[in-house]
Design a protein around this ligand. Structure first.
Ligand code: NAD
Length: 500
């Protein structure tokens, strides 16, 4: 595909590359620190060209039969299954996560394509015959219009796939603005969808930054906005988009806690803490960043986590390593700054990730797994989303204290409890103020046919991503009340219609 051959990645509008912008951004291979290519950054005019393409394509696409839309979706799914290795390689090259993890990302994104293949079933309306004498009532879900999707760097394929298959299967057209840090996956997906038969203008990709995002938020032709990224930008996107009358779902940051109770299998819990804390170098919105340990098992658990984390091989994601680099040098330095802050605040550095062997060429953006013990809730390593391989351990005396700690967090994306006590787990499920909960599952990202979404500062808006809520977000309900007139329906009556 052309994506990997160009030196400046261009936008994708009306099923063709679209150029014309002067501003560009750099794309790095974070494992080597080298700039591999540039990406065009859209001006207002370029973003408007993408919106115009999607707007022009909408009337025809919304009236394209469900059978036809679904047939294209099935072909897209088939091509994706056949060529997922190419996409995973792009993700590893631009994001840095190891190849297996990149393949996992693609697999989780494909679940939503599979869900979207069920659109005819999921969009079925309802019908009540004889709601009143001779009156029938029908409700149906219709597409909303042009959908803007603005996505973060950490899942350059999966997060766009959370939204555009559902939007498109529902009859909307899309302008996707992926992260400018690892933008090539979005073009690859859009080109593949075109190859599957998606008509021009239905899925457009513009690359860019605030200028492009602000254009999307202010253009009256955009009907819905799906945003995923950090909490301050999510809040901004939500308030600006809704003030402009758009339907907005804005997913924000996270600080996910894993509570380990004394009866848990501590080896299993330690394995899971390492996987969920250091996978993708901690750059997952569902990563575990805080382990909450009951005092009487904390020493043993910290020992087991450290023992495992020390064995992780860090390096280039194409070389079979366990953990890759961070996204940019700037982000790596910011995360390292949190390690300094944790030490200065008095937390116990149980594992220092600032040095260690790295299996990569060049000057990649690496850190090793880091763990702090005896972390308290006033420290910045606890309060802030670090988004790196830094795990904090907070010790609590009781189960209740653990629940209260988690419920006091301003975030509410994911959490997990590790226990073999069904009653304790059930209480946790019931009382915890978090949108996605794992019981002995550390990263409880819901399957495609449920919906994904956090609470509190992790989501602004009310509809979650994909699953049944995704279809609701991308459609509007219309209710038709009808009767076919006969002479008995005549007569004057100014009262409010009543049913009989
Ligand atoms: P980010 O907020 O920096 O960027 C996200 C998107 O917003 C990008 O497309 C970017 O170009 C755009 N953007 C950045 N600054 C902007 C501005 N000032 N005005 C308008 N648009 C702007 O996030 P990121 O660093 O790419 O991603 C990491 C963040 O995403 C973390 O906080 C992580 O928790 C969060 N995230 C959340 C979820 C979730 O489901 N809740 C999922 C994945 C990532």
């Amino acid at each position: 595909m052309s994506t990997t051959l160009t030196t400046t990645l261009q936008h994708w509008i009306n099923n063709a590359a679209y150029s014309g912008d002067d501003r560009t951004g750099k794309i790095y291979n974070p494992a080597t620190g080298e700039v591999t290519r540039e990406v065009a950054l859209a001006s207002k005019a370029t973003t408007e060209a993408a919106i115009a393409a999607a707007h022009a394509a909408f009337p025809k696409w919304r009236d394209t039969s469900l059978a036809r839309r679904t047939a294209i979706m099935f072909t897209f799914r088939q091509l994706l299954a056949e060529r997922k290795g190419e996409l995973a390689a792009i993700i590893t090259e631009e994001h840095g996560k190891v190849l297996d993890d990149a393949l996992g990302e693609v697999a989780r994104g494909m679940e939503v394509v599979e869900l979207a293949c069920n659109a005819p079933y999921l969009l079925k309306g309802e019908y009540s015959e004889n709601a009143s004498t001779g009156v029938d009532v029908q409700s149906m879900r219709q597409p909303v219009g042009v959908s803007a999707i603005i996505s973060p760097f950490n899942f350059p394929a999966m997060v766009p796939l959370w939204f555009f298959p559902v939007a498109i299967a529902s009859g909307n057209t899309v302008v996707l603005k992926p992260s400018e840090k690892d933008p090539s996956a979005a073009n690859w997906l859009a080109e593949l969808f075109a190859e599957a038969g998606l008509p021009e203008g239905v899925l457009n990709v513009v690359h860019g930054d605030k200028e492009s995002v602000d254009t999307l938020l202010n253009d009256e032709r955009i009907s819905t906005v799906s945003f995923v990224g950090s909490t301050p930008i999510a809040q901004y996107v939500y308030s600006t988009g809704t003030a402009n009358g758009k339907r907005v779902q804005a997913f924000g940051g996270a600080k996910n806690h894993m509570l380990v109770l004394p009866d848990a299998d501590l080896d299993l819990a330690a394995d899971m803490a390492v996987n969920a804390g250091f996978g993708a170098a901690g750059e997952r919105c569902m990563a575990i960043s805080v382990v909450v340990a009951l005092e009487n098992i904390a020493d043993e658990l910290v020992g087991k986590i450290a023992e495992r984390a020390k064995t992780l091989r860090v390096g280039d994601g194409t070389r079979g390593c366990d953990m890759g680099p961070l996204i940019t040098g700037e982000h790596r330095d910011k995360v390292a700054g949190y390690i300094d802050a944790g030490i200065a605040a008095g937390a116990t550095l149980a594992l220092d990730g600032r040095t260690g062997a790295i299996d990569a060429d060049g000057e990649g953006f690496f850190l090793h797994p880091t763990m702090f013990d005896n972390v308290t809730t006033d420290m910045s390593i606890y309060t802030d989303e670090i988004f790196g391989p830094v795990l904090s351990v907070v010790r609590v005396k009781t189960f209740n204290e653990g629940i209260e700690l988690i419920n006091s967090s301003k975030y509410g994306n994911g959490t997990a409890v590790f226990t073999n006590d069904g009653g304790a787990a059930r209480r946790f499920e019931n009382e915890i103020q978090v949108g996605m909960v794992g019981v002995n599952v550390p990263i409880p990202v819901p399957v495609g046919y449920h919906s994904f979404g956090g609470w509190k500062a992790s989501l602004f808006g009310d509809q979650h991503a994909y699953g049944p809520e995704g279809f609701k977000f991308f459609t509007r309900n219309k209710v038709v009340t009808k009767r076919w007139l006969d002479p008995s329906h005549g007569g004057i009556n100014l009262g409010f219609p009543q049913n009989d």
